[in-house]
Every structure is written in structure tokens, then in C-alpha cells.
Write a protein that binds this ligand. Structure first.
Ligand code: NAP
Length: 298
């Protein structure tokens, strides 16, 4: 029996793990993919205090090592479902069942898809959701990024140093991304803005060859990077968990969900600012609240 089970080994989950073991709790962190979370796909982090110019991968790997050095146990399996029975939680993975007295959901988010016909067919054949992961395949080629948020503009800038030409396709004529990113994008000679345009068709046979927009324009492409936001990983995780619009787990800054003993941390929580620094902050708060909860239910 673990004191605290944490779903997700991103910055929120690993920080929660570190705080919980330092409070002398028996902790397990589950990770379906690679420890470090979404940040490992970020080329450079400029806005985390005292870590200037660190790469996302370095950040994730350093945090994973720090957690392991402090005896946080990490199990590399996907949690498929959690069931609460009395005051304990049954955590199911594909192969095993674990038990804990409290749970912290730090499962993050996954890329939102366009929802177009053939999208899944073209994944890995011209469509990608991560420029840092797949950008190198498009050296000297023509690509597009779809989206107008911070992630899309980061991706466009990153790709503009690899590809010959980058189209940035966005459905409005204003960006959600921060002004300094917009200025950097506009200063790049090889980024062309395609505004007030939505992609309505993916063209190609076997491999993506282009896209068609709702303005009737067709653009020939070697690759399309979809960066239109993310979907929280809350689906079917635990029965009765209250979600808000967009399926984020509902919780205030204290990270308490509607289920006693279940806390939520990081991007998967309903909140205004999804940043690395707010994810680690959530991790610390969720772990502290979980430790306090365990004192009460003892
Ligand atoms: P986001 O801020 O939600 O932006 C999503 C973008 O995709 C928006 O421009 C949106 O258009 C567009 N979009 C949504 N659905 C669409 C659809 N079906 N078809 C076409 N376009 C669609 O998502 P994000 O950029 O992934 O960022 C997620 C969070 O992480 C944000 O809070 C962001 O600030 C943060 N972040 C911060 C940094 C940083 O450097 N500080 C870096 C990356 C991410 P509309 O604008 O028209 O709604």
C-alpha cells in the first residue's frame, strides 16, 4: 500500500513526488510515456527561474534524476483506471493493480487533432504534433504550422531554422501568442502568415502533399505541424471526477478535486496560466495537501 500514487511524471507529478517523499510518505509515480512530460519537446526554456537557456530535455531528465535520487519510485506504465473504495484507491495499469491512500492526478494534456479525414493516416507521413521531435525530417523543405498560440509560434520559429519555408496558418487575424513571439515570427523572412484561414482538407496519397483552406487556397507542403491546443488527459481516469469545460479537472489553487483524497496538479487542472513554473508550484501544493489529508483520515 502506497501513501500517495501520482499519475504522470511531468514537472507537476515529479515535483509532487519530491515533496511527498520529503514528507516521509511512500510514493509511486506512474508514467505512460517518457518522464519529464510535455516540456521535453521544448527546444529552449527561457522563463523558468535560475535555469536560463536550459533545453526541455535537460530539464525533464534532471528532474527525473533528482526525483529518483530522493527515492521517488517511478513505474513506467499507463494508468488505465482508478477506483475509490472506502478510503483507499485501486490503481489499475495494463498489467497490475496498485493501492494507495491518496492520489494526485498530474496526467497533463495531449495534442488536439484537427479532426479531418485522413489525419490519422498521415501521422508520421507528413503530419506531426511536435516540431522538436520531427522537425529535422524537413530540412530544406516546405512545411506549415497550424495554430495561433504560444506553442504554434514557438514551433514556427523552430522550424524556420530548419525548413526552407514555413507557412503559419491561423483561423483568426490576431494571435493568442505573446507579443514578443509574434514580433519574432513577423521578423522571419521565410515564415509566411496565412491568416483567417482554416484547413478543411488534407491532400496527398500515401504521404501528405498539401492542404486546402476554407478560403479556397491550396498550399503544397512536405509537412504539417498541428499545434491547435491540447486536450487534458482525464478521460475515464476516475469515476465521479468533476471536470470543467474542455475536460480539465476542476480544482482551485489548493489542488483539491471534488473527490476526497484526489488532488490535481499541472496542466490537467482547471486554471488560467499553464506554465512550467505553475506546474511545479501545483506539484508542491498538491503533495502538501495530500500529506495533510492523510493525517486527517488516519
Ligand atoms: P492555446 O494557447 O490554446 O492556442 C491554441 C491555438 O490553436 C489558438 O490560436 C486557437 O485559435 C487555435 N485553435 C484551436 N482549435 C482550433 C481548431 N480546431 N482549428 C484551428 N485552430 C484552432 O494552446 P497552446 O499554444 O498549445 O498553449 C497551451 C498553453 O501553454 C497556453 O496557456 C500557452 O500560453 C502555454 N504555453 C506557453 C509557452 C511559453 O513560452 N510561455 C509556450 C507554449 C505554451 P484561437 O486563437 O482562434 O482560439
Amino acid at each position: 500500500m502506497y501513501d500517495i500514487a501520482i499519475v504522470g511524471a511531468g514537472p507537476a507529478g515529479l515535483t509532487a513526488g519530491i515533496y511527498a517523499v520529503r514528507a516521509n510518505k511512500k510514493v509511486i509515480v506512474f508514467e505512460a510515456l517518457t518522464a519529464g512530460g510535455q516540456i521535453i519537446n521544448t527546444s529552449h526554456i527561457d522563463n523558468y527561474p535560475v535555469a536560463p537557456h536550459i533545453t526541455g530535455l535537460e530539464f525533464g531528465q534532471t528532474l527525473e534524476k533528482q526525483a529518483k535520487d530522493l527515492d521517488v519510485e517511478i513505474e513506467y506504465s499507463e494508468v488505465t483506471h482508478i477506483v475509490k473504495e472506502n478510503n483507499r484507491f485501486m490503481i489499475r495499469t495494463e498489467d497490475e493493480t496498485y493501492f494507495s491512500r491518496a492520489v494526485i492526478i498530474a496526467s497533463g494534456t495531449s495534442p488536439r487533432k484537427l479532426g479531418l479525414e485522413n489525419e490519422d493516416v498521415f501521422v508520421g507521413k507528413g503530419i506531426s504534433y511536435c516540431a522538436t521531435c520531427d522537425g529535422a525530417f524537413y530540412k530544406g523543405k516546405t512545411v506549415a504550422v497550424n495554430g495561433g498560440g504560444n506553442s504554434a509560434l514557438h514551433e514556427a520559429l523552430y522550424l524556420s531554422d530548419i525548413a526552407a519555408k514555413v507557412y503559419l496558418i491561423h483561423r483568426r487575424n490576431e494571435f493568442r501568442a505573446s507579443d514578443n513571439l509574434v514580433d519574432k515570427v513577423k521578423a522571419k523572412d521565410n515564415i509566411e502568415l496565412v491568416l483567417e484561414s482554416s484547413i478543411i482538407e488534407l491532400l496527398g496519397d500515401g504521404h501528405l502533399q498539401g492542404i486546402k483552406t476554407d478560403t479556397g487556397r491550396e498550399i503544397e507542403l512536405d509537412g504539417l505541424f498541428v499545434s491547435i491546443g491540447r486536450t487534458p488527459n482525464t478521460k475515464n481516469l476516475i469515476d465521479g471526477l468533476e471536470l470543467v469545460e474542455g475536460d480539465y479537472a476542476k480544482a482551485n489553487e489548493d489542488c483539491h478535486t471534488n473527490i476526497p483524497g484526489v488532488f490535481v496538479a499541472g496542466d490537467v487542472r482547471s486554471k488560467e496560466l499553464r506554465q512550467l513554473v505553475t506546474a511545479t508550484s501545483d506539484g508542491a501544493i498538491a503533495a502538501t495537501e495530500a500529506v495533510n489529508y492523510l493525517k486527517e483520515v488516519q
